[in-house]
Design a protein around this ligand. Structure first.
Ligand code: SF4
Ligand code: SF4
Length: 69
């Protein structure tokens, strides 16, 4: 199992990871803002294959990383 681990308050809401994810399993939050007042990215809850493309496309060092069992 793999999944993205998102630090919402580090996310700038740029959407690069959403666009880059080959499984389309990321989306921008629609129900809340982070501490900076930006919509953070959220994991849809399934579909992640652990490829790491989201991590490599993110300009913020601590916003998203990938966990693999
Ligand atoms: S690791 Fe790959 S499949 Fe999983 S959320 Fe990131 S880009 Fe998408
Ligand atoms: S996790 Fe990174 S790439 Fe994804 S929306 Fe947030 S800042 Fe942008």
């Amino acid at each position: 199992m793999a999944k993205p681990n998102i630090e919402e308050d580090c996310c700038k809401g740029c959407g690069r990871c959403v666009a880059a994810c080959p499984k389309k399993c990321l989306e921008m939050a629609v129900d809340r803002l982070n501490a900076a007042g930006l919509k953070p990215v959220v994991y849809k809850g399934e579909g992640c294959i652990g490829c790491g493309i989201c991590f490599y496309n993110c300009p913020e060092p601590y916003a998203i990383r990938v966990e693999r069992d």
